[in-house]
Ligand binder design. Structure first.
Ligand code: GDP
Ligand code: IMO
Ligand code: MG
Length: 428
């Protein structure tokens, strides 16, 4: 079973870091394939909490090699500072590898991210402000800066100057900001070149050879299906492809090499930033989930919007990503709720639908239709097998499985590494 994808099935922060950590010990390569340091993946080991923004969460396992694929956008300051911070904390960090084709997030991408959000006002996306969208736009516009450009100063110079020529016009004339000095940007980038050299390899060739040898490669998704540029709630999405297909384009590994797609879903739903969210709770129940689940962003610290489990949201992710398994996290957070609402359909402009509607306008009008499942009061944080769970809790899991059409192979019952119920092996 060598090619495994872990990806978010809702709007992010499902617990991908924890799920990755569950299997990282048995993995040879842990690879990020999309996004950048807009991610925040938490792993809790004993009393220690680690939050990885750019590096894959699997880096905590000294036996696996961390890789940033070509689909990732890299802020080089973050790459080095995250690595240094781990080393300072005594983590044995194996030498991470980077694709020569990955694009770089420069300070001008961050500036543009922030000024465009401000300019949008009420229509803002609520981005993380890390320069992600502008870096991916430059990639698609063919004016991006790639990691390999750092090793050819004259090419780097030409590219930065060409990119800034247009951007400075926009910054000065439209946004009323100061022009950005190309020389300063070039110097900042070149300062990273030497230290980066030993990390840059042909990651596609490396991963394909590893798979040929039967090694286990874990593709760690950031963000989630509903933040995907094609399948998410556009335009309230990120600018990359967090879906399972993105693992192929984002690393240079063909689809036939993927054996398992593990979707991560919370036992309820959260979202950060703007955009539609049919089961969102703006009342005391929402606040209760936020407090009980510690729902504050791992990257920006923003309070996460909270709501009940939406089966239509996860069902679409199951379908588009052909998930073979789901890992259901944070079931412990629902303990103590007498009757737990689960969204099983929407009412859209007077009509009922059992699947996500076709258009953005319909989704904005969607009103959740709830089924109420019996809750439980027992503390489940110590459960390790299905039989340790109270029967109402098992019935909740069974019903979700039925609604979304994918088996649940593991359940999170607390943030700790050991706080999981194993149902089916996630690797074999
Ligand atoms: P990611 O971005 O998908 O990796 O998720 P985040 O790390 O942003 O957010 C998930 C949060 O939930 C983190 O604080 C985790 O420590 C925590 N967490 C993960 N799984 C569980 C679980 O099963 N129960 C509880 N109570 N917390 C969990
Ligand atoms: P992980 O990997 C939750 C959201 C932002 C915003 C939108 C676009 O931890 O699950 P961007 O900065 O990417 O252009 O912002 O996407 N977003 C996330 N929400 N978890 C994430 O990552 C996210 N990464 C981006 O809040 O709404
Ligand atoms: Mg997160």
């Amino acid at each position: 079973m060598p090619g495994i994808i872990v990806m978010g099935a809702q709007w992010g922060d499902e617990g991908k870091g924890k799920a990755t950590d569950q299997i990282a010990e048995r993995v040879d390569y842990c690879v990020r394939y999309s996004g950048g340091n807009n991610a925040g993946h938490t792993v809790v080991v004993g009393d220690d909490k680690f939050v990885m923004h750019l590096l894959p969460a699997g880096i905590l396992n000294p036996n696996s090699t961390a890789v940033l694929g070509n689909g990732v956008v890299i802020d080089l300051d973050v790459f080095h500072s995250e690595l240094d911070a781990l080393i300072e904390r005594g983590v044995e960090v194996p030498h991470p590898l980077i694709s020569a084709n990955a694009h770089i997030i420069t300070p001008y991408h961050q500036t543009i991210d922030r000024v465009t959000e401000r300019f949008l006002g009420k229509r803002r996306i609520g981005t993380t402000g890390r320069g992600i969208g502008p870096a991916y736009s430059d990639k698609i516009n063919r004016i991006g800066i790639r990691v390999q450009d750092l090793f050819d100063e004259s090419i780097l110079r030409q590219k930065v100057e060409a990119a800034l020529e247009r951007k400075n016009q926009t910054l000065v004339k439209i946004y009323n900001r100061r022009a950005i000095d190309a020389e300063q940007i070039i110097e900042g980038l070149l300062a990273h070149a030497e230290r980066l050299h030993g990390h840059v390899v042909d990651t596609s060739r490396l991963l394909n050879s590893a798979l040929d040898e039967g090694k286990v490669v874990l593709f760690e998704g950031a963000q989630a299906h509903h933040l995907d540029i094609d399948f998410g709630t556009y335009p309230y999405v990120t600018s990359s492809s967090p879906i399972a297909g993105g693992a192929c384009t984002g690393t240079g590994v063909g689809p036939t090499r993927i054996d398992r797609v593990i979707g991560i879903a919370k036992a309820y739903t959260t979202r950060v930033g703007e955009g539609p969210f049919p089961t969102e709770l703006l009342d005391a129940d929402g606040e209760m989930l936020r407090q009980a689940g510690g729902e504050f962003g791992a990257t920006t610290g923003r309070p996460r919007r909270c709501g009940w489990f939406d089966a239509l949201v996860v069902e679409q992710a199951v379908s588009v990503n052909a998930t073979t398994d789901l890992f259901l996290t944070k079931l412990d957070v629902l303990t103590g709720i007498e009757r737990i609402p689960v969204c099983v359909a929407y009412e859209v402009d007077g009509e009922r639908t059992d699947v996500m509607p076709l258009t953005q306008s319909q989704f904005h009008h969607a009103k959740p239709v709830y089924e109420y499942l019996e809750g439980w009061t027992e503390d489940i944080s110590g459960a390790r097998t299905l039989s340790d769970l109270p029967s109402a809790c098992r019935a909740y899991v069974d019903r979700l499985e039925e609604l979304v059409g994918c088996r649940i192979s593991g359940i999170g019952v607390g943030p700790g590494r050991e706080q999981s119920v194993a149902i089916h092996d996630l690797i074999d």
